[in-house]
Design a protein around this ligand. Structure first.
Ligand SMILES: *Cc1c(COP(=O)(O)O)cnc(C)c1O
Length: 489
């Protein structure tokens, strides 16, 4: 293929027609990929020569677009983690959609910087903020912001709570000068809460990991005792993070009861709803989230249950003014005006640590408006129904056992064996290497579990059956010390 010619003076093509043809080829390749995903393995081991292709010095001559695209098709596309595939059930990853893909292309073409200024891309982000506010029953004064993911959203939650507890002066003086702050979350909470405490300068040591009950939910009585003990010791409890959908088993903390405690104790109530919060869109799941509407802040991801392509995290904050005062900074070149491009204050950069920001709102707006919230909610319900189907399959198979209750869309189980930890770890590797299904592992009560998180809108009952059947077949072989490669599936 002829090398695409680039203009002498710019980075644009000199022959737009040829570029257009190549562009259409690339679009077709990705549509083919999505249309025929099911025919591919979920994941494949990266061959040595493919890995080696990323260890090359930058050559003298530029590669050209067609050759760069070939390299992508050959060395990247087949060896990603595979979360777009219906058989992917590892960790908690969204599946993405063809609509989201096209929206990403539009966003890149426009190349809008959503830090600020008077432009409709920011109006579109504000539109999504309004919708999110409505979903969770938050007031009009509530603020919202797209961020990379829930890790960042949790950090923002901690920082606003720090302002609430210590006043805006904490931004200048730091926390060490003032009170000793303490925070609370469950022992099953995501590690990003502790990291947020660490990055905020309060220290992960000031985070109390409250025990959970048999359903892996935060024990509210233990929370109350921990708060009382800290007050007794002269600390200032300032932040409680409840979880809506724990990462290990999908448990939802008793959010209404936590809200009650937080209100009485005048402590910030944050919800880490990374994947679970969007359950608010599903009629049968929303009741499980009762109490989330009382949170001071909610962190969640559109890129998990919302199926928006990575990345698209979000923070919703009840007190928009406090949110603003936690991040807004005067800078001469960011001066606001009543008219012209510097109008439209406040800007997104006043609500988080980022100045330059991509157009995450576009792919999210497309996803919401093209599919509709009802359909997105049904996808969420369906993943939970599939988890119940998987649970029934496990309960019907004597060689399998369930290791945790199935509250939402995550199923933790294992193959019964004398040497269960080793056997199940080997089963998971065999499943991943087979390309049939890709669960991950976790540890439940000291036991290694096969963990299937059903998040992808493409996953169906056949995919669940394939995972269970393959688990049983690999389990039999591995328990007998046979080579799993010899298993006929
Ligand atoms: C995924 C997840 C996070 C982290 O979110 P990122 O988008 O990966 O930063 C935090 N909490 C929970 C419960 C999660 O499932």
């Amino acid at each position: 293929m002829a090398m695409l010619k680039i203009s002498e003076d710019t980075l644009d093509p000199s022959d737009w027609q040829a570029f257009r043809l190549q562009g259409h080829r690339m679009l077709d390749d990705m549509l083919d990929y999505l249309e025929h995903l099911r025919e591919r393995p979920v994941w494949q081991t990266i061959p040595q020569e493919v890995r080696a292709s990323f260890r090359q010095p930058l050559g003298g001559e530029p590669l050209g677009l067609a050759a760069a695209h070939d390299a992508f098709m050959r060395n990247v596309l087949p060896y990603s983690v595979g979360n777009a595939h219906p058989g992917f059930m590892g960790w908690v990853h969204g599946g993405g959609t063809p609509v989201g893909m096209l929206a990403e292309m539009l966003a890149a073409g426009l190349n809008a910087n959503l830090g600020g200024r008077d432009q409709t891309p920011i109006e579109m982000e504000r539109q999504v903020v309004r919708w999110v506010r409505e979903w969770f029953g938050f007031p009009e004064s509530a603020s919202g912001l797209f961020v990379t993911g829930t890790s960042m959203a949790n950090l923002i939650g901690v920082l606003i709570a720090r302002t609430a507890a210590s006043g805006v002066s904490v931004r200048q003086n730091g926390v060490a000068a003032g009170q000793r702050l303490s925070a609370y979350t469950s022992a099953s909470a995501h590690v990003s809460i502790a990291r947020a405490m660490d990055i905020a300068g309060i220290g992960s040591g000031a985070l109390r990991m409250i025990p959970v009950n048999s359903r892996h939910q935060l024990d509210v009585a233990a929370l109350e005792r921990a708060i009382a003990a800290d007050r007794q010791a002269g600390l200032t409890p300032f932040f409680i993070a409840g979880t809506a959908g724990t990462v290990d088993v999908g448990a939802v903390d008793p959010l209404a009861a936590i809200a009650q405690v937080a209100q009485r104790e005048k402590i910030w109530f944050h919800v880490d709803g990374a994947y679970g919060a969007l359950g608010i869109l599903a009629e049968d799941i929303a009741p499980h989230l009762q109490g989330i509407e009382r949170a001071d802040s909610i962190a969640f991801d559109f890129h998990k249950w919302g199926q928006v392509p990575y990345d698209a995290g979000f923070i919703l904050v009840r007190d928009g003014a406090l949110h603003h005062s936690t991040f807004a900074s005067p800078a001469a070149y960011l001066k606001r005006e009543a008219r012209g491009m510097a109008a439209g204050s406040p800007w997104p950069c006043d609500f988080g640590p980022d100045l330059s920001r991509g157009f995450r709102a576009l792919k999210t707006w497309f996803t919401i408006t093209v599919y509709g919230t009802e359909k997105l909610g049904r996808v969420i319900s369906n993943t939970c129904a599939l988890a119940q189907h998987m649970k029934r399959r496990i309960e019907a198979a004597p060689m399998l056992e369930l290791l945790a209750p199935v509250a939402l869309n995550i199923v933790c189980f294992r193959y019964r064996s004398e040497d269960a930890d080793r056997v199940n770890a080997d089963i998971v590797v065999a499943l991943q290497e087979s390309g049939i299904a890709a669960p991950s592992t976790t540890v439940i009560g000291g036991q290694l579990a096969i963990r299937a998180a059903i998040v992808n809108h493409r996953t169906n009952a056949g995919d669940i059956d394939a995972l269970i059947d393959a688990t049983i077949a690999f389990g039999e072989a591995i328990a007998k010390n046979a080579n799993p490669d010899t298993v006929q599936l």
